[in-house]
Design a protein around this ligand. Structure first.
Ligand code: TPP
Length: 386
């Protein structure tokens, strides 16, 4: 705190973590073009977006939401072990993901379904993990979309290390490494983990090309963000010597334009950076959670009015997009969701012994014996049935 008792707000002040006031935004809550906050460095990237690109963003945001609804239904029908909704965070995810180069590597946590879609991951592959069909649904190297990390903030260290590796490859004369950078998605609660602080230190001291993208969705399960931090995450970054930007995470133009501008700088040797996207989780933490037990109803209503999907829809409608587009899109997304559901339910169940497949990379005698026992046990049922 400063001597006057007010929180320091270095570099002009980037506010506190509980409010979106003062954050960089281009669209107001009614979807009108009304830039506010420190928009100057990002205006060019925002203005480079045309209506066609924004329609594409809308299509993906609406699809992410439709798949969220379908996945919640699948979980309730006993077809998924768990579902982790991204409801309300579509603008933060779709906008930031489209600002990346395909050569950038993404380290997600577990809620980044909009990012997965933007990277071209088949959603069946995401659901197959949560159904227990596979330990990983996609190829993390080919897609440069690494695996979900449930251990909070562990992915920040993976990202810092990967970024340090890019620097080593650059130093060794690998030209391609100059086209690459890393983005890591991390939640507000996960930022309280020691791993997150360590990752910020290493990224800074080794000048690793890493962008930390904090989705501040106001809660870590039932713990409100005010319990995690007294200053915004953008301010916290500055304490590590890392530039921090606080943006309206429900404005897809802001999430795209700021990520594009900052990531281009990170990739071209500007060192690490952090973006705090102030957003809100409109759904439960997971399908096992009941947010009505801890969430303030007035606050919820305030954030419902900031819903990123109708906000972009209002902008598009005011800029020459008519009913026919939205109706066709709804039909397309309905068909896509049905296709995902059908392909998921048609996946073969793995044998129980598949649980041993990826525990050790080299043969392990104890595990081999356990596998043999389990397979014999399974077979005994088949014989008993005969
Ligand atoms: C190291 C660790 N501690 C605790 C948990 C249990 N846990 C899972 S999600 C979660 C809350 C995370 O909140 P936040 O980082 O804000 O992300 P969000 O889930 O809101 O996207 C907790 C405590 C965990 N997965 N890993």
């Amino acid at each position: 705190m400063g001597s006057d008792g007010k929180a320091f707000t270095a570099g002009g002040g980037v506010g506190n973590a509980t409010s979106v006031d003062g954050a960089v935004r281009f669209l107001d809550e009614q979807g009108r073009w009304a830039p506010s906050g420190d928009v100057a460095p990002f205006r060019a990237a925002a203005e480079a977006l045309n209506v066609e690109m924004l329609r594409g963003f809308y299509r993906e945001m609406a699809l992410t939401r439709r798949l969220d609804v379908g996945s919640t239904a699948l979980q309730r029908q006993g077809e998924l072990a768990l579902w982790i909704p991204s409801f309300g965070q579509e603008a933060a995810q779709t906008g930031s993901a489209h600002a990346l180069s395909p050569k950038d590597t993404i380290f997600p946590s577990y809620r980044e379904h909009g990012v997965a879609l933007a990277r071209g991951i088949d959603f069946v592959d995401v659901l197959a993990v949560l159904r227990g069909n596979t330990y990983r649904g996609w190829d993390p190297e080919a897609t440069r979309f690494r695996l979900h990390t449930i251990v909070l903030a562990a992915q920040t260290l993976h990202a810092a290390g990967y970024g340090m590796g890019i620097n080593l490859r650059r130093a060794a004369g690998n030209a391609e490494a100059h086209d690459e950078a890393v983005i890591v998605y991390v939640g507000d609660g996960a930022m309280s983990e020691g791993d997150a602080s360590e990752a910020l230190v290493f990224a800074r001291t080794y000048d690793a090309p890493v962008l930390f993208f904090v989705q501040n969705n106001q809660y870590a399960i039932s713990t409100p963000v005010a319990t995690q931090t007294a200053v915004s995450y953008a301010d916290r970054a500055r304490g590590f010597g890392i530039p921090g930007y606080r943006i309206d995470g429900n404005d897809v133009i802001a999430t795209y334009a700021v990520t594009k501008t900052v990531m281009d700088r990170v990739r071209s040797g500007g060192g690490p950076a952090l973006i705090e996207a102030v957003t809100y989780r409109l759904g439960p933490h997971t399908s096992s959670d009941d947010p009505t037990k801890y969430r303030d109803a007035n606050m919820h209503a305030e954030w419902e009015a900031r819903d990123p999907v109708p906000r972009l829809e209002a902008y598009l409608r005011a800029n020459g997009t008519h009913d026919a587009f939205f109706e066709q899109l709804r039909r397309d997304n309905e068909a896509a969701a049905m296709d995902v559901r059908e392909r998921l339910l048609a996946l073969p169940d793995p044998p129980p012994s598949a649980m041993f497949d990826h525990v050790y990379s080299d043969p392990h005698p104890v595990m081999a014996a356990e596998r043999e026992w389990l397979e014999a046990y399974d077979t005994s049922f088949v014989q008993a049935d005969d």
